[in-house]
Write a protein that binds this ligand. Structure first.
Ligand code: COA
Length: 260
C-alpha cells in the first residue's frame, strides 16, 4: 500500500494498518466533496490490497468531524448514487476489512453515523456527538434509520435523531455507538493498539467473522442507505433545509414556524 495524501485526508500505511486522518481543522474537519472522494477511494483500495489488514479512521485532537460541509449542500449538493458522499457511504458500510475509529472532540452528522459501520470505536471523555439531520430539515443517512434502532431500540434512536441534541461520549457508549471511553490523550494510542491487535489476528478469519456479524442485515443496509440517500437529496431542495442552511451561514437560529 503506497502512502498518499489528499489535501485534507491524510493517508498513511504501517504495520498492516491504513490510517485515514481527517485534517481540515479551520472548518472543524467538515467533509467536502474531495474529502469524501479521498475517503471512498482509500477504503476501496484498502479492501483489495492484501497488505491492509485494518483501517483506522481518526481526526484532529479537538475534532473528529463536524459532518458534511454545509456550504457544499448549497453550492454542490449530492445528486445521485455516484456522488462522492454516496460512494463513501457504500465503501464504509461494505468494506470487508475491520475498521477502528478514534474520536476526539466533535462528531457531528456523518461523523456519528459512519461510526455505526466501524467494528471498534474509541472516544475521548470530552468528545461530543450530535446527529442534527432533522434540525437541518434533512433526514438521517448512512443506514442510521436501520442501525440505530437495531442497537439501541426505537425510543432511544428517535430521541437522538428527532431532537438532534448534543450528547456525551458516556451516553454514546451506553447506547452502543462507542466501544470504550478513554482519557482524551489516550484515544489514538488505544485505537492504534487495538488496530495492531486486529492486524495480528488471522486476516481471513477476521473478515469472515465481520461478514457473518452483518449477514442478516447486509442487503437491507444497502437498500436503506440508497433510500435514505434519495430522500436526503430531495430534502436538500425543501424550504425547511433552505432556511436551516441559510441560518447557519448567517449565524442565526432557523425559524421553521412558517412551514407546515
Ligand atoms: N460545514 C461547513 N463549515 C463548517 C461546518 C460544516 N459542517 N462546521 C463548522 N464549519 C466552519 C464554520 O463555518 C467556521 O468557519 P469560518 O471560521 O470560516 O466562519 C469554522 O468551521 C469554525 O466553526 P464555528 O461554528 O465557528 O465553531 P464552533 O466551535 O462555534 O461550532 C460546530 C462548531 C461544529 C458545533 C458548528 O460549527 C456547527 O454546528 N457546524 C455545523 C454542523 C452540522 O450541522 N453538520 C452537518 C450535519 S448533517
Amino acid at each position: 500500500m503506497s502512502m498518499s495524501s489528499a489535501q485534507h485526508i491524510h493517508s498513511e500505511f504501517s504495520d498492516g494498518i491504513l490510517t485515514l486522518r481527517i485534517n481540515r481543522p479551520d472548518k472543524k474537519n467538515a467533509l467536502n466533496l474531495a474529502m469524501y472522494q479521498a475517503l471512498a477511494d482509500g477504503l476501496t483500495e484498502a479492501d483489495s490490497d492484501t497488505e491492509v489488514r485494518v483501517i483506522l479512521i481518526c481526526g484532529c485532537d479537538d475534532c473528529f468531524t463536524s459532518g458534511n460541509d454545509l456550504a457544499d449542500f448549497l453550492t454542490t449538493p449530492p445528486t445521485g448514487a455516484n456522488s462522492p458522499v454516496m460512494q463513501f457511504l457504500i465503501a464504509v458500510s461494505e468494506t470487508r476489512k475491520p475498521i477502528v475509529a478514534a474520536v476526539n472532540g466533535l462528531a457531528v452528522g456523518v461523523g456519528v453515523t459512519m461510526l455505526l459501520h466501524c467494528e471498534l470505536v474509541y472516544a475521548g471523555s470530552s468528545a461530543t456527538f450530535q446527529m442534527p439531520f432533522v434540525n437541518l430539515g434533512l433526514c438521517p443517512e448512512a443506514g442510521s434509520t436501520l442501525l440505530l434502532p437495531r442497537i439501541m431500540g426505537h425510543q432511544r434512536a428517535a430521541e437522538l435523531l428527532l431532537l438532534g441534541e448534543v450528547f456525551s461520549s458516556d451516553k454514546a457508549c451506553a447506547v452502543g455507538i462507542v466501544t470504550a471511553v478513554c482519557p482524551d490523550g489516550d484515544v489514538l494510542p488505544t485505537a492504534r493498539n487495538s488496530a495492531l491487535q486486529l492486524a495480528a489476528q488471522p486476516a481471513a478469519a477476521v473478515r469472515l467473522a465481520k461478514s457473518l456479524l452483518k449477514r442478516d442485515y447486509a442487503a437491507e443496509l444497502r437498500e436503506t442507505i440508497t433510500e435514505e440517500g434519495a430522500q436526503f437529496m430531495a430534502r436538500l431542495k425543501s424550504p425547511e433545509a433552505a432556511e436551516a442552511l441559510q441560518a447557519f451561514m448567517e449565524r442565526r437560529k432557523p425559524d421553521f414556524t412558517k412551514f407546515d
